[in-house]
Design a protein around this ligand. Structure first.
Ligand code: NAP
Length: 301
């Protein structure tokens, strides 16, 4: 049985268009309504046939929905939720895909005080944006974390869980604050570090830009993939997960200082012990199916 029969997706970029494609691929009988704030994105979504109908107004798009998923940048969630408040059916479940959960939960609750809200975060993505960047298998074998508020009906979380499983994801339930801490380490900090390294290399006067690009296979290019991620989305993630990111950044700076000292004082055993530990973490990620084992990320040589 289908968990939902009329799903509305607001924000038809990478994640929203992937949700639409994954619904089409896995639950073809579900009716999909869409809306995006950007007229060009709406035109592309219509051309790609992502939804059964793409509406110019967010409110019109939700009128018949039994599930509404907000797939806009985290900083736009409250404004979008407010724009659908008057048209949202009483029985509809509202969810989102935002990369941080505590601030989004609060924003959605403030905008839609009477709605059933189950925030969610599919831990899947790429460095690309926009409706053409999405694909139906994006969520396959990836985790989707649901952070239902204490007062939310259990049945609503169960239905959303079934929905994400039907899209190919594995589902985990978590407290929103805990989610934000975990993702600060596994996603937000790595993005911040990548943005920093690529920015630092770009700023180095005595290494020319040509050299940075020419010798990038030494490691730099792997950071550039992450540092190419959407600027608006990531601006909002850092502004909305401020406390957890600052906490992790503090720990990271302390560890970096320890490494600096190990290098300065020639403590090779300390360096080797850390690098052995980190290599084992890579192995566990591959073993758990969260990445494949191809050398050099499977690049063709
Ligand atoms: P995206 O490709 O840039 O798509 C976001 C879409 O939302 C864009 O088409 C954007 O239009 C539209 N939008 C922005 N403000 C809006 C508003 N007020 N009303 C209606 N539409 C609006 O971004 P994405 O990567 O899909 O990210 C969407 C959400 O997924 C974010 O909350 C992000 O944190 C989360 N997420 C992303 C990833 C990832 O790897 N990318 C992974 C998991 C979760 P314009 O930009 O043209 O204005």
């Amino acid at each position: 049985m289908l968990p939902f029969s009329r799903v509305t997706i607001i924000g038809l970029g990478l994640i929203g268009s992937s949700v639409a494609r994954a619904i089409r691929a896995n639950m073809p009988d579900v009716q999909i309504m869409g809306h995006d704030g950007d007229a060009d994105v709406r035109a592309k979504a219509r051309k790609l046939g992502l939804c059964d109908d793409v509406s110019d107004q967010a409110g019109t798009a939700v009128i018949d929905a039994d599930l509404v998923i907000l797939c806009v940048p985290v900083g736009a969630m409250q404004e979008v939720a407010e724009s659908i408040a008057a048209d949202l059916p009483d029985e509809a479940i509202v969810s989102d895909v935002g990369s941080c959960k505590q601030s989004v939960s609060e924003a959605l609750a403030a905008a839609l005080p009477n709605a059933t809200i189950i925030p969610a975060h599919p831990v899947a993505g790429t460095e690309k944006s926009g409706p053409e960047a999405g694909f139906a298998t994006l969520f396959k074998g990836r985790w989707c974390i649901l952070t239902p508020p204490d007062a939310a009906p259990e049945v609503a979380a169960e239905k959303l869980s079934t929905f994400w499983k039907r899209l190919g994801a594995d589902v985990e339930i978590m407290d929103a604050r805990h989610h934000d801490m975990v993702l600060a380490v596994t996603s937000h900090l790595p993005h911040l570090i990548a943005y920093t390294i690529v920015g630092t290399a770009d700023d180095l006067g005595d290494v020319t830009e040509r050299e940075v690009i020419k010798y990038s296979a030494g490691g730099f290019r792997d950071f550039t993939r992450i540092a190419a991620s959407d600027p608006v989305m990531w601006r909002d993630v850092f502004l909305n997960n401020k406390d957890a990111v600052l906490e992790m950044l503090q720990r990271f700076s302390e560890d970096l200082t320890a490494l600096q000292r190990a290098i300065r004082y020639g403590k090779g055993d300390e360096l080797e012990a850390l690098f052995t530990r980190t290599r084992a973490i890579r192995r566990s990620i591959v073993e758990e199916g969260q990445d494949d084992d191809a050398p050099d990320f499977g690049r063709k040589h």
